[in-house]
Write a protein that binds this ligand. Structure first.
Ligand SMILES: Cc1ncc(COP(=O)(O)O)c(C=O)c1O
Length: 386
C-alpha cells in the first residue's frame, strides 16, 4: 500500500524558519532600508565581528557568494597561473571552477566511500612541484579528515583553503592520531571547519545551514595580510576609495543580507543540533531497510544534506518513485566535477567518485522537520526499496 500523503514533502522547507523570524525580521529590514546604508554599512561590520567571534577566527570578510569567497580566498593566498590545487572531484562545480578561474589547475583526488570527502591517504601521490594548495570540501556538512590533511600540507609546505559552503558550524573534533604539534593542547581540537586551514570560504546561499535570503558569502582567516588582500579584492582592488591598486571584483556582502544573517547567527547552533537529531532518527528508522546505506552521525557533522547511498536498485528510478509518492529527493551530484563538459577528456576516472555519483540520493531535511513528516519519508522509501 502506498503512503497516503496529504501534501508533498520538499527536500527543504524554509517556511517555518521565516514564519518564526518574520516579526523581528520585518522590523529589522525596515530599519536597514530606511538607514540608506546598503553597502558595507554597520550591519556588515557588526556581522563580520560577530561571526568571527562565533567561528573563532581573527578575520571574517563578507563577500557576495561562496564562489567569490573561494576565488578571492585563493587569490589572496597567492594561488594563480600555473599552480595546481588538490581537491575532491565529488563536489558542486564552484569548488573546481574557482581554482580554474584564478588560472590554476584543479587536481582531483578520489573520495572515501563512507565520508564522501577527499581521501587523505591518496593526497600525497597527487602532489607535484606545481602543487601549491589543498582545497578540502566539507561535503554535506561533514568535516574532512583535517588532522591528516594539515599534516600533509605542513610536510609539503602547501596552503589549505577550506570549502565550507556546506559546513557552517561543523566542528572538527576528529583528532585521534593527529600529528600536529599544537594538537595535544588546545590546538585545533574542536575548531570550526574553516578555521583549521589558512583560509575558510563559506556560502550563505538560502539553502545553506546559515543562509541569507539572496546570495552571500564569507572568508575567514587568522592571517592579517590575507585578510587585507581579501578586503582589497572584494572592493575593486582598493582599500582607500579611488586608489585602486590591483584588479579586483565588486563582491561585497550587502547590508540587508548581513542584517538577516545577524538575526539567524544566534539560532544556527540550535538548527544544526536539530539537523543532527533528524539524522540520528533517519539512521535508526532506516536501519532495517535493505538496499540503502545511511551516513554515520559523526562528531561535528551538521548534515547540510542527509545523503544516503542506494545500493539495491537503480538510484534514478528510486528518486522518481519517491517523487510519485510526493517526496522530493535530490541527487548531489549526478555528474562529478571531473566529468563535466567543461573539463571533457582532461581527467582519468576516480573509482569511488563514480560509485557515489551513481548511488547518492539526498532525503528531505530541515531543522523544523517534524516527526510525522520524517516517518512519511521513511515509509515511502521502505515501499520503494521493497
Ligand atoms: C561545495 C560548494 N562550494 C561552493 C559553493 C558556492 O557557493 P555560492 O552558491 O554561494 O556561490 C557551493 C554552493 O552550493 C557548494 O555547495
Amino acid at each position: 500500500m502506498s503512503a497516503n500523503l496529504s501534501s508533498n514533502i520538499p527536500i527543504l522547507d524554509l517556511t517555518p524558519e521565516v514564519e518564526a523570524l518574520w516579526p523581528t525580521l520585518n522590523e529589522k529590514l525596515k530599519e536597514v532600508i530606511f538607514s540608506g546604508q546598503f553597502i558595507i554599512g554597520p550591519e556588515v561590520k557588526n556581522f563580520e565581528s560577530e561571526v568571527a567571534a562565533w567561528l573563532g577566527t581573527k578575520h571574517a570578510i563578507g563577500v557576495n557568494s561562496g564562489t567569490d569567497a573561494l576565488v578571492i580566498g585563493l587569490r589572496a593566498a597567492g594561488i594563480g597561473e600555473g599552480d595546481e590545487v588538490i581537491t575532491s572531484p565529488f563536489s558542486f562545480f564552484a569548488s573546481a571552477e574557482s581554482i580554474s578561474n584564478v588560472g590554476a589547475r584543479p587536481v582531483f583526488v578520489d573520495v572515501e566511500l563512507d565520508s564522501m570527502n577527499i581521501d587523505p591517504d591518496k593526497i600525497e601521490a597527487a602532489i607535484t612541484d606545481k602543487t601549491k594548495a589543498i582545497m578540502p570540501v566539507h561535503l554535506f556538512g561533514r568535516p574532512c579528515a583535517m588532522n591528516k590533511i594539515m599534516a600533509i600540507a605542513q610536510k609539503h609546505n602547501l596552503k589549505v583553503i577550506e570549502d565550507c559552503a556546506q559546513s557552517f558550524g561543523a566542528r572538527y573534533d576528529g583528532c585521534s592520531g593527529c600529528t600536529l604539534a599544537q594538537c595535544s593542547t588546545s590546538g585545533h581540537i574542536g575548531k570550526m571547519t574553516g578555521t583549521v586551514g589558512l583560509v575558510g570560504a563559506y556560502s550563505f546561499f538560502p539553502t545553506k545551514n546559515l543562509g541569507c535570503y539572496g546570495d552571500g558569502g564569507l572568508i575567514t582567516t587568522d592571517d592579517d595580510a590575507i585578510a587585507e588582500m581579501c578586503r582589497k579584492l572584494r572592493a575593486h582592488g582598493s582599500i582607500k576609495k579611488y586608489h585602486n591598486e590591483i584588479l579586483g571584483y565588486n563582491s561585497r556582502l550587502d547590508s540587508v543580507q548581513a542584517a538577516i544573517l545577524r538575526l539567524k547567527l544566534p539560532l544556527v547552533a540550535g538548527y544544526n543540533e536539530a539537523r543532527r537529531a533528524i539524522a540520528t532518527a533517519y539512521k535508526e528508522l532506516l536501519a532495517d531497510v535493505p538496499g540503502v546505506v545511511t551516513p554515520d552521525v559523526t562528531p561535528g557533522h551538521v548534515f547540510h544534506q542527509y545523503t544516503v547511498r542506494v545500493t539495491g536498485k537503480d538510484r534514478d528510478e528510486v528518486v522518481a518513485r519517491m517523487q510519485e509518492r510526493g517526496v522530493q529527493c535530490m541527487v548531489y551530484y549526478p555528474i562529478p566535477q571531473d566529468r563535466l563538459p567543461v573539463y571533457a577528456g582532461q581527467y582519468p576516472t576516480y573509482e569511488v567518485n563514480e560509485v557515489l555519483s551513481k548511488q547518492v540520493m539526498s532525503l528531505p531535511i530541515w531543522p523544523q522537520m517534524d516527526q510525522s513528516t520524517q516517518l512519511r519519508v521513511v515509509e515511502a522509501l521502505r515501499e520503494v526499496l521493497a
